[in-house]
Design a protein around this ligand. Structure first.
Ligand code: MG
Length: 238
């Protein structure tokens, strides 16, 4: 869908008076950092060791769900029961070990250009992630100097429900003090898109992984883009 049509249809559906961005809400995994390939491989391997088959594609579809939720889902499908607490802890611990073995993920290609542009036009950046790494702000400051700040972050420590529930994006909106038509979201995962849409926000889904674009449109994305360079071009027309 063309941007103008997407914006028009968004305004009509939400009954908002205008779309005038002043802030951008960024997801982290698969948007700021290219961490999804390692997450997906770690899930596949950890579950395989338990005799459960799980594809990288499924890992991408489940991005944003809690580890325990993902394990229960796949157990229900394949074993007809939920996993026990012991199994869940063992599998999640193993998944984390394998993930850590891949080392720190690099920044997503082109995301530096996105940050340059939003600094240039004076939009504020918020982080909305289910991740709960204690050193997150240090890492963000190192990767994107002067872009993020503690008071503009919603992480695993802040929320009760997490994505796909609207809570994380509603919380970011509240922190921003802005109207929902004054922000937009950059997401890469279907559950993240669902969360932002349920919060009434405009969503650019940037398909940085292996999903079919359809999966992102089905989740409710207003516009699906293939990479961050496309996002920069589109942002310039807002
Ligand atoms: Mg993501």
């Amino acid at each position: 869908m063309k941007l103008e049509e997407a914006v028009e249809s968004f305004l009509e559906k939400q009954s908002y008076p205008e779309f005038r961005p002043k802030a951008v809400f960024f997801d982290m995994d698969g948007v700021l950092y290219n961490s999804m390939p390692a997450h997906a491989k770690a899930w596949v391997e950890a579950l395989k060791e338990e005799g459960v088959s799980f594809s990288e594609y499924q890992a991408y579809l489940n991005e944003g769900r809690t580890g325990h939720g993902t394990i229960d889902d796949v157990f229900l499908q394949q074993k007809g029961r939920e996993a026990t607490e012991v199994e869940k802890q063992r599998i999640y611990k193993r998944k984390s070990e394998i993930f850590d073995g891949f080392g720190e993920a690099s920044a997503i290609t082109g995301i530096d250009k996105v940050m340059d542009y939003i600094k240039q036009v004076g939009w504020q950046a918020y982080l909305v992630t289910g991740s709960g790494q204690p050193s997150l702000l240090d890492r963000l400051e190192h990767s994107f100097p002067g872009v993020f700040a503690q008071e503009r972050m919603v992480t695993a420590f802040d929320v009760k429900y997490g994505k796909p529930h609207p809570e994380p994006y509603l919380m970011a909106l509240k922190k921003s003090g802005l109207h929902p038509w004054e922000v937009f979201v950059v997401e890469n995962a279907p559950l993240g898109v669902q969360s932002a849409k349920a919060a009434g926000l405009f969503v650019f889904a940037v398909n940085t992984g292996i999903l079919h674009r359809e999966d992102l449109y089905k989740a409710g994305a207003d516009v699906v883009l293939d990479n961050m360079i496309e996002l920069v071009s589109v942002m310039k027309t807002l």
